[in-house]
Design a protein around this ligand. Structure first.
Ligand SMILES: Cc1cc2nc3c(=O)[nH]c(=O)nc-3n(C[C@H](O)[C@H](O)[C@H](O)COP(=O)(O)OP(=O)(O)OC[C@H]3O[C@@H](n4cnc5c(N)ncnc54)[C@H](O)[C@@H]3O)c2cc1C
Length: 422
């Protein structure tokens, strides 16, 4: 079950988001989509634009899941870098996964332009290296990207340049990816919802899908949708609907704070306007908003464990990187579930002839989720080729019992924290 996190800064900044009435009564549809995040909304846009009759049911508000609460970073590639992918899958498949991720970034930009979504899109992601030994790996990766992937938008920064780019003395170097970017995640999702609705998709908030029966039929408290095809786009948040999603996706809570506007104090922090993430296993990520706040994510817990005071939980991570912010007020603290798979690659499957499931983008969903939503729409309309690169990824199963899942997350976080220290 998804814990109740406080609303994000991004959500609170929008006083009257459009509302979509709960489903009331029985409906027929070509496609029923469960989940109103990037995956579901993008699928809804592309299906409705193609003329399909689409009903989307969302348990809470549009983007009340990870899509409205995330770090807003648009990363290049998959969660696993190309060197890892080449070793595991060979050059050809690694290349296809890289190309797909490039298409995903391009789609985000295209959607923002096409639907004029005001979501503060900016360029640049800096990966800040927290250990000197990581410079050699960064070099190797950058050479591979340039030589084998013709990607020349990355620059390796030495220690001085990394300090200047991040405004923190904490780092030993960095990789600046000018092809990445960042945005206001919630406004991006709102724009997608508006576009889907304008193409004729019926969106219903406050409508949790309670069961998924043969038909397929999606049952809710106030009605049901009988559809030709169902897309379960809940990012793992619906183990009761579909066992396969619970079997392959695991939720890790990640926490975020926003500072008060920093004024002059913030001038040295990310002066180039990029976003940043560090190289730790338990990753810290940050960006500045248009009004000069620092939005900073750091600290993770397993399912059901939400700290009573999120700001106090994240503060040490923030001060580790920016000690000069010790006296700055943290005005907002929130969290969300990052859904991961064992290999940290997306889980996309056609689990029966009329049911698709997708999620587990493992921290790369700002770009990958809308893209996979689009590919799902194509697959449902009879063109599954684009999805093959994802549906064929081997994703090993995870334990199903709650106790075993908790133990797995605790162990992974413990090992990660240990690795981060040395
Ligand atoms: C704190 C945080 C920081 C992150 N930072 C980044 C980042 O910087 N860059 C990046 O690329 N990725 C990041 N991610 C990951 C990214 O946000 C996700 O991969 C992406 O949003 C997933 O989109 P989605 O549509 O698949 O799922 P979601 O956005 O989670 O949408 C699923 C929706 O399904 C709904 N739902 C669940 N069960 C039901 C049901 N039974 N019936 C109806 N509706 C249901 C939920 O309410 C939810 O709205 C972050 C995630 C978090 C939580």
């Amino acid at each position: 079950m998804v814990p109740a996190f406080p609303p994000s800064l991004y959500r609170l900044a929008v006083s009257n988001p459009p509302q979509y009435a709960p489903l009331d009564g029985a409906r027929r549809a070509d496609i029923c989509i469960v989940g109103g995040g990037y995956t579901g909304l993008s699928a809804a846009i592309h299906l409705a634009e193609a003329g399909a009759d689409v009903v989307l049911v969302e348990a809470g508000e549009v983007a009340s899941g990870a899509s409205g609460r995330n770090g807003g970073q648009i990363h290049s590639g998959q969660r696993r870098d190309v060197l890892w992918l080449e070793k595991r899958f060979g050059a050809e498949r690694a290349r296809a996964l890289w190309d797909a991720a490039e298409d995903a970034k391009a789609l985000v930009r295209a959607l923002i332009v096409r639907f004029a979504i005001p979501c503060d899109l900016r360029s640049g992601v800096i990966e800040a290296l927290h250990k000197p030994s990581l410079m050699a790996e960064a070099h190797e990766l950058m050479d591979a990207l340039r030589d084998r992937y013709s990607y020349d938008r990355v620059t390796l920064l030495d220690r001085d340049a990394a300090i200047a780019a991040t405004g923190s003395e904490r780092f030993f170097g960095a990789v600046a990816d000018h092809g990445g970017g960042h945005l206001d995640p919630y406004r991006f999702a709102l724009g997608l919802a508006k576009a889907a609705s304008e193409f004729g998709a019926s969106l219903h908030e406050g409508t949790p899908a309670l069961s998924l029966a043969d038909g397929p039929v999606v049952r809710t408290a106030g009605g049901e949708v009988c559809a030709d095809t169902v897309i379960v786009a809940t990012d793992g948040g619906s183990g009761h609907l579909i066992r396969e999603s619970r079997r392959h996706l695991l939720g890790i809570n990640s926490f975020v704070v926003a500072t008060e506007p920093l004024g002059q104090l913030g001038e040295a922090i990310l002066p180039g306007g990029e976003s940043a993430a560090d190289s730790r296993y338990v990753v810290r990520y940050w960006r500045k908003t248009c009004d000069g706040r620092l939005v900073f994510g750091g600290g993770e817990t397993g399912a059901g464990q939400v700290p009573a005071d999120i700001c106090a939980f994240v503060r040490p991570h923030l001060l580790d990187i920016y000690p000069e912010l010790a006296d700055v007020a943290l005005t907002h603290g929130w969290g969300g579930v990052v859904s991961v798979t064992a290999p940290r690659l997306p889980y996309v499957r056609q689990v029966s002839p009329d049911i698709w499931v997708a999620g587990g983008y493992s921290g790369q969903g700002v770009a990958l989720a809308p893209f996979i939503g689009k590919l799902l729409s194509e697959a449902v309309l009879g063109r599954p080729e684009g999805l093959d690169i994802f549906t064929s990824l081997p994703i090993s199963p995870l334990p199903l019992t709650e106790a075993a899942r908790r133990a797995l997350v605790s162990m992974a976080l413990w090992r990660g924290r240990l690795a981060d220290r040395f």
